[in-house]
Design a protein around this ligand. Sequence first.
Ligand SMILES: [Zn+2]
Ligand SMILES: [Zn+2]
Length: 121
Amino acid sequence: MTLEEKRAYERLRYKRRKESSLCQRCNNPVVPGRAYCEKHLIYQKKSVQKRRDKRKKNGLCVECDMPVSGGIRCAKHALSDNNWHKKCRKKRLNAVVDFKIPPEFKEPNEDEIIFSKGYIA
Ligand SMILES: [Zn+2]
Ligand SMILES: [Zn+2]
């Protein structure tokens, strides 16, 4: 690798690192260890809670849209709580759900809450 290539590589690496510390929804810096800034973490959390509430109310599994009779999870997700689910999706979901909303933060408007498709069910 030439010096010039090395410099270009370093620049790219720096850029990537810098980019990854910006919120996925806006250009604000992220809360350390999370993928979003504080505002968007809160919106994301609200969105997850809202979706779960809606599913519960409609008798659907909180993890997917399967109708359930009794309980809040379908057979697959009740089981998967012990395996794959814990490993991958849960980790990401918890990164949002565990976030504590600061008491001074005002409630977001309905239409400000993000309903991200595919990222968190
Ligand atoms: Zn943001
Ligand atoms: Zn399910």
